[in-house]
Design a protein around this ligand. Structure first.
Ligand code: 5GP
Length: 177
């Protein structure tokens, strides 16, 4: 409703970034706005307040901006999923496909205990490649994950179907077609 329209109005769209032909949805303009940032976090928190959860996982780097405050508000621990070489202890690693080539993500292998229930938070769902790698990392730790939250979804890019096929239900506040 009105709140979601307000959040959507705070997201700037940058044409041809980072490459020609891409419409980049910029969440820095959203988090710069104190009311828009707080409202976004509050909406995500409200959605999961009654859901039994143990940890929130956020993916580098914009997933940290939203995932950490959601975790703190829900009284949960926050676990960063990071690009290679950033985490100091023993890690699990997963590769995932980009438009051109492969990228990798890592998690501390003891960050999630077997049986812990995990929520993934990221800024934006596009093809679902990033979140799919996060799901695999959580499951390799023995964690249980069936929910993922995004500020923005681009439903035309197939990420929602990919997530559901992996047994994870996506939530998004704003959709851009
Ligand atoms: P996917 O892996 O689902 O194809 O892409 C989602 C990931 O790429 C997210 O981690 C997100 O931060 C980043 N991403 C891709 N496109 C955009 C965009 O237009 N805006 C923002 N803020 N992030 C994007």
């Amino acid at each position: 409703p009105q709140t979601l329209t307000f959040i959507e109005s705070c997201i700037k769209t940058i044409p041809d970034y980072p490459k020609p032909g891409i419409l980049f949805r910029d969440i820095t303009s959203l988090v710069e706005h104190p009311q828009a940032f707080k409202t976004t976090i509050d909406l995500l928190v409200e959605h999961y307040r009654q859901v039994p959860l143990d940890k929130v996982v956020g993916t580098e780097a914009r997933g940290f901006i939203f995932g950490a405050p959601v975790a703190a508000a829900l009284g949960l621990g926050f676990v960063p999923v990071r690009k290679p070489g950033k985490l100091p202890r023993s890690v699990f690693e997963e590769s995932y496909e980009l438009e051109y080539g492969l990228d990798r993500l890592q998690i501390h292998d003891d960050a999630i205990q077997p049986g812990e229930r995990v929520l993934i938070v990221d800024d934006l769902l596009a093809t679902g490649g990033t979140v799919d790698a996060a799901i695999k990392l959580i499951r390799r730790c023995g964690g249980l994950v069936d929910q993922a939250a995004f500020v923005i979804s681009l439903p035309d890019l197939g990420g929602e179907e990919k997530l559901r096929a992996a047994g994870v239900e996506p939530l998004s506040l704003v959709q851009f077609g």
